[in-house]
Structures are given as structure tokens and as C-alpha cells.
Design a protein. Structure first.
Length: 431
């Protein structure tokens, strides 16, 4: 699905701002950069989504609508052409008719036109902030779905390894059963384990395809075929401390949007206040009397009464809506603090889990499996002990995949909240 647009200069500026935001999040891409050119990288996935997802394309149409509102807001009061015919059906007939033709309009006081223009401009600034928030939401969703593809790819590889181990086990059990060194029941259990491992591999293959489709649908190509570098699941960026991350999060577009919203509410308040100023209506024209045979100049003015009193409710509403924004921002910051703290803590725990599994648990279980396998061939251990050791290793490796998946998902959430990479700020060496 492709979208073609004719961009106005303001639309180009908005899109440039979103692209700069994307560069801030993507550079550098420390988590999932694939090796070689064949695999789909995270940067590729985000670039395609940014270019083709309709959630962002709709902002061009919304900006075009606001551009039309800006043209209307800048217009001066319209001129009206009025005509009035009197005494055309009296006893004297049409000969006594009086025709009055005039032009009328309104003189706006209190800066109404400037207030209207400022309100539309504030709406366009809020639209840019909304577009950046939507872009960040899409970035986070792309990273999450890309992470699911990476994890599914590794689970499929693990399932294939499990099938190989089950096949090797069955081969060794066959030898012992044929030599009458083990009961036939062990062979049957080994065959069932192999069948179960193959079933798991088929399930993981389907899960991988489902996650790929869910990722590709973000850029409108659910049937796209691509590969990923599964090893990227274990490439982690060093993260900044919580204080630095929270300082970044306070400046992210979702929080900065409140500043744009506050400016909009201020503009709406000024617009409401200008409506308390009365507008002076005026008219000027000529009157032609057929009875008298003369033409006279006529003029008039009009002004509404008690305009400020009638507009007091609108001003009070605009004032209350403006004051709400500051409270909403404080509430959003409190929620952001809690979300960020949970994400940072969760990522640290997941990192510790990956390190423990990689450095200690999995190597220990792999050595244990080797020892049990050797002992089984010598008749010292039963099939149950061998099967248990194999399953323990598979479970630990699966746990490492899930922990690595959690690291990337928490990282995606942190980057979405901070609108910046996880990397800590680099020292300034230019001085």
C-alpha cells in the first residue's frame, strides 16, 4: 500500500520534524542491527513504517484542513449589498416608491482576526506534537514486533536443536534396546519425545510466520518475505542511569505536547476575550424617491448591547480549560515516572537473568548433559535421567530467549518514553 501526497511547505516542515525525531531514536541503533544486507534490520522496518503507515499519512490531510481554516480566519468581515424598496404598493402606485441601496459590513474590535489566526496556528503546532507522539508510538510498536520476530526465530532454532537432541537420544536408546540393555519402554518414550519435539518445531515455525506478518502489516505488506538475524536478540546497548533517562523523558513529545496544548488554550482564551468587545456595524448607501424625484445619501451604525456580559460564560470555560492543562501535565509526569522506573528495573532484572543463564546456568547444564549421556551409554544412568538433563538444558535456553526478549521490549518502552537511544550521554571532549 503506497500513499502519494502533494506536500505544502508546512507539511514538509512537519515531516522533517518527524524524520529528525526518528533519527534521534534510531541513531545509533544498538540493539538489533543485522549482519549483511540480506536480513531486514530494525532501521529498515521503522523506515518502511514511517513512509507507508496511514496513521502518519492522515496528518497531511489534517494539516491541509487547518490550512483552509487559517485562510478563513485571516479574512476581514464580508461586505454586504442591501436593497430596500418602500411604498411601491400604496395608493399612488409605483410612482411613490422609494429605493434604498447600501453597502454594509462590521468593524471588528478587540483584535478578533489576530486571535482567530493565532488559534489556528496553535492548532497546527499541536498537530505537529500529535504527529510526533504517533510516530513514537509506531516506533515502539515496530521495535516490539521486531523483537517478537527475533525471539520466534531463536525459538525455532532451539526447537530444531531439540529435535536433533531427541533424534540422537532415540538412536542411542535403540542401540541399548537392541542389545537387551534397556527395556522397550525406553524406546517408546524416546520416540514420543521425538514426535513431541517435531510438533513443537512445527508450532514455532507457524509462530514465526505470524510474527513476521504482524510486523510487515505495519507498512502495508502483510505477505512480505524477509529474514532476520536471530543473534541480534542478544545484542544489548549499555543504558543510562534512571535519573538521566527521566530527565530525557520529561522532554519527550508526549510531555512537550502539553506545552503546545497550553498555547492552544491560551489562544482560545484570548479569542473568547476578544468576543467581549462589541463589533460596530455600519452601512452607507443612497435612497431614490420617485415621488420627490431626488436622491439622498443614507448611513447608519449599530452595536450590540451587553456583549461582555453575554460572553462571560465562554471566557470562564476557556479559562478553566487552560488551567486544566497544567494539572494534566503533572499527572502525566507522575505516571511517566512510575512507568519508566518499572521499565528500567525490569530491563536490569532481565539483563541479569540473561547474564546468569549465559555465563553459568546453561554451560553447567550443557556439561551435565554431556556427563549424563556418557553415563547412560555405560549403563550407569537411566533414560529418565538423560531425558531430564536434556529438558533442563532446553528449558534454560528457552528462558534465556524470553529474558533477552524482555530486555529488548523494556528497552523499546524506555526509548519510546525518552524519545532517545538508551546510550548514556557522551562526555564533551571538545574542550
Amino acid at each position: 500500500m503506497h500513499f502519494l501526497h502533494a506536500y505544502s511547505s508546512s507539511a514538509l516542515c512537519r515531516r522533517a520534524a518527524v524524520l529528525l525525531l526518528a533519527m534521534a531514536v534510531l541513531w545509533p541503533v544498538p540493539l538489533v542491527q543485522a549482519q549483511g544486507g540480506a536480513a531486514l534490520t530494525l532501521a529498515d522496518a521503522i523506515q518502511r513504517t514511517l513512509a507507508r503507515n496511514p496513521q502518519l499519512a492522515v496528518y497531511d490531510l489534517r494539516d491541509a484542513a487547518l490550512a483552509g481554516r487559517a485562510q478563513t480566519a485571516a479574512l476581514k468581515p464580508a461586505l454586504n449589498l442591501d436593497a430596500e424598496l418602500e411604498n411601491f404598493a400604496g395608493s399612488g402606485g409605483f410612482s411613490e416608491a422609494e429605493l434604498t441601496a447600501s453597502i454594509s459590513s462590521v468593524i471588528e474590535l478587540g483584535g478578533k482576526r489576530r486571535a482567530r489566526v493565532d488559534t489556528v496556528s496553535a492548532n497546527r503546532a499541536l498537530l505537529l506534537a500529535d504527529e510526533q507522539v504517533t510516530a513514537l508510538d509506531l516506533f515502539g510498536e515496530v521495535i516490539r514486533r521486531y523483537t517478537e520476530v527475533l525471539a520466534a526465530r531463536e525459538r525455532l532454532a532451539l526447537a530444531g536443536e531439540s529435535v536433533r537432541l531427541a533424534r540422537d537420544t532415540l538412536r542411542e536408546v535403540d542401540k541399548r534396546v537392541d542389545a537387551a540393555a534397556a527395556p522397550v519402554a525406553e524406546k517408546l518414550r524416546a520416540q514420543a519425545a521425538l514426535a513431541e519435539a517435531r510438533l513443537t518445531e512445527q508450532s514455532e515455525q507457524r509462530q514465526l510466520q505470524a510474527h513476521k506478518r504482524a510486523l510487515a502489516v505495519l507498512w502495508g505488506e502483510p505477505d512480505a518475505t524477509f529474514a532476520v538475524d536471530g543473534g541480534a536478540l542478544y545484542r544489548f546497548a549499555p543504558a543510562a542511569g534512571f535519573s538521566e533517562l527521566y530527565a530525557r523523558a520529561r522532554e519527550n513529545p508526549a510531555i512537550a505536547r502539553f506545552a503546545s496544548q497550553e498555547r492552544l488554550r491560551e489562544a482560545e482564551l484570548r479569542l473568547a476575550e476578544t468576543r467581549s468587545s462589541m463589533d460596530i456595524g455600519w452601512s452607507v448607501g443612497v435612497r431614490r424617491s420617485r415621488e420627490l424625484g431626488e436622491t439622498t445619501l443614507v448611513a447608519g451604525v449599530s452595536a450590540p448591547l451587553f456583549q461582555a456580559r453575554r460572553n462571560a460564560g465562554a471566557v470562564a470555560t476557556a479559562l478553566a480549560e487552560r488551567d486544566q492543562v497544567a494539572l494534566q501535565r503533572e499527572a502525566a509526569l507522575l505516571q511517566l515516572y512510575g512507568r519508566l522506573y518499572r521499565a528500567v528495573s525490569g530491563r536490569e532484572q532481565a539483563l541479569a537473568t540473561v547474564e546468569a543463564l549465559t555465563q553459568t546456568i546453561i554451560p553447567t547444564l550443557r556439561d551435565a548433559l554431556t556427563q549424563v549421556e556418557r553415563a547412560y551409554r555405560r549403563g550407569r544412568y537411566s533414560y529418565l535421567e538423560w531425558s531430564t538433563a536434556r529438558e533442563d538444558l532446553i528449558s534454560a535456553r528457552r528462558a534465556r530467549i524470553e529474558a533477552a526478549r524482555a530486555v529488548l521490549r523494556f528497552g523499546a518502552e524506555i526509548e519510546q518514553m525518552t524519545a532517545a537511544p538508551l546510550l548514556p550521554a557522551q562526555p564533551d571532549n571538545s574542550k
